[in-house]
Unconditional design. Sequence first.
Lengths: 749, 159
Amino acid sequence: MALDNKTDAGKRQFKIVGTRPLRPDGVDKVTGRARFGADMSAPGMLVGAVLRSPHPHAQIRSIDTTRARALPGVHAVVTRADFPTVDDAAIADILDNCMAGDKALYDGHAVAAVAAASGAVARHALELIAVDYAPLPFVTDVDAAMKPDAPALHPSRADETVPPGLSANVMARHQFGHGDIEAGLAAADRVLERSYRTEATHQGYIEPHACLASVGPDGKADLWCCTQGQYMVRNTCAAILGMEQGSLRVTPSEIGGGFGGKTTVFLEPVALLLSKKAGRPVKMVMSRDEVFRASGPTASTSIDVRIGMTKDGRITAGFAELRYQGGAYPGSPVDMGSMSAFAPYDLEHVKTIGWDVVTNRPKQAAYRAPGAPMAAFAVESAIDELARGFGLDPLEVRLKNAAREGTRASYGPTFPAIGLEATLRAAKDHPHWSAPLGPNQGRGVACGFWFNFGGDTCVSLNITPDGTVTVSEGNPDIGGSRASMSMMAAEELGIPYEKVRTIIADTGSLGQNDVTDGSRVTFAVGLATIEAARAAKREMCKRAAQVWGIDADAVIWEDGAVRPVSPNAGKHPPMTLAEIAAIASNTGGPIAGHCEVNAEGAGVSFGTHIADTEVDPETGAVKILRYTVLQDAGKAVHPDYVEGQFQGGAVQGIGWALNEEYIYGDDGRLQNAGFLDYRIPVASDLPMIDTVILEIPNPGHPYGVRGVGETPIVPPLAAVANAVSHATGVRLTHLPISPPRLLAAIRAK
Amino acid sequence: MSAIHVTTTINNDATEFLCAPDETLLDVLRDRLGLTGSKEGCGSGDCGACSVMLDGRLVCACLVLGAEAEGRTVATIEGMAVGETLHPLQRKFLEHAALQCGICTPGFLIAAKALLERHPDPTEEEARYWLAGNLCRCTGYDKIIRAVLDAAAEMREAG
């Protein structure tokens, strides 16, 4: 048996991949039928609610729930005392974040929860819970938290990478690089030293966290929730609650945005415990205030950079020291910031040091290319300042130093075929780069990098008796992935796209799947879908050969049908997928293909962005006039949704650059926990976002696919800041470039 | 606090419900009537995900009390398509890939329909300002604006 297994993705002629069919879940989402997290309900359902700390840091002396439990309509109350003890440090931190133990560590930290017959009763019950807090000194700023006398959140938890004598809030030190920094800097015509700061931003998904838990008296449990990974929810909740993974079935709802923020649990273990105690299903939904105060944000950062450049634009050495606060627990993405900071460049001498710091803020969660946008802001700003200082074209300088195939990356590995240079050349040739600018207008460019990921993946592909195909995969569809999987299955099987239906399975239906993160789904689930389709094709070849009475290696799969490989194999008309499916019961039984794999070869991703801004010198307001994203997609399976990732990521980055920030008051409490005061970009803030998809095939995927979702948020912070600097002549080193901050900088010029 | 009895019309259906005096129209639609197509993104009128029409006027259902629906007409996303036929805006949102996660989509569709009823030939800038009360975190708005303008053109042609 031979398959038309063309692995040369660069030359392959695709029939379906690369086209723009309608997404299969689209009708449900434009008619209101699609069910998101808060849309689930169950018979006898109770409503859960959480009591949260008003203090940024406090000892919890006692919690008295007597009056709440006595309120008619209240069916269960839980505090940390109701949860089992957890040994694993990472799981213990997740539990402590879901429900505080001895200390409340940030404003909004959960301290108790109730389940009641209605939301009104639940809210009333929260008011009846008496918590005796002893407020403690607190710290919310990363640099302040690193001072030796700073209030300590977790005394004696630092890991062995941290040298002695530092603040107890320093949890880990990371180092990457190669070469000799001082020797490299000595060879430069100019060495630029700058310090940069970025503020914490929230992923800002429009759908608040929500779940519905139902635990039976036999300990078997069901959970419906909006998440980026139902298997992660199952495994984490099971570990926290001391359950077996097999006894908890998690079904993901449609997900109303995640961007990394739904790769952990907040309400889910609490809802399960409330349901267990009450003996009834319990639904919990966060308010927007809770989403801001107690879920998600990414790290705020403080970064020092030293870069040497020759007057012809060659970077001789790059050094960065990065300090990221990741909220109240270890695990800020400073490691990935340190690895990615100089990744776009081919440097002989490069070094980064990263410090992971805790503060009295909510535990950070992944946010699209976690850690990379802030590091890129610092490095790309410094390169821009050096290039313009020498009177050089910042795009040419980047081309001169760009990482290429064979470059030893700043974080260790040697790059295979990559697309950075192609994005830079496309940017140079794009009409945007040479378009004229008016007064108070400026143009900025920046590059970005993301690692991309593969990971554990299962796909099951079933051929129905009438020859249609169903694909089951284990990753929530966060932006069109059902369409991509259906397209790849149809491509591989040689059948129309409409003949394939892809569904998202619950945790009982497939093996372990990693969460929807690392831009992994189109790559890894796509790879598994193609492999599952190939397994089904092998079986169909066998069945046809069996019917024809010839050897299985005397047939070939081509254009959706099995054919004899040559006239010598006998004269048999092609047998289509539908024909084979119709007789499957008589040739050995139902036909399916499946693939279980830890997908490797994700293929790194690079992009280049061009931003035009206009600055109002009277108010300091910045308007985005024009914006272009150029990125390598490997192979764009559904170009509409690739463009959508480019545009959405760019706009999140624009918000980070211009508007968005967590603002803490002197009382250590979050001052802007709502969409009115935490302002994400709206339609009237923006122009159309132009996109250019480049396709440098990823050798690690049968069709050449690379993940595209995260890279687009990496360049905008610097691209916008560089454009503002070009427009005003002042260099902004502190994001966001809000009107008061920019006005002050212009006036200080 | 006793419940209030409300008689209203929702998506052309005569409807009665009981609600608490402080209960929002959004909670009534979602929790009492099973109309979960209207979404709650903020509960404070900042995100537009709960946009509905109340007597022909665009409102955030989270800022209206259920009791205020008495004697009035409410139109939600569930009433936008007619049988199997999608509204042109719904079709154009699909054709332009104007949604990624889809949570903001019902609100955008209701708000865009209200725009085109008032102003069948909006400029890009007018569409952007009209829809500035609807937050989308996935798309960067590009494809949404294209879909709305394309639907407007098609609806004008159809007269």
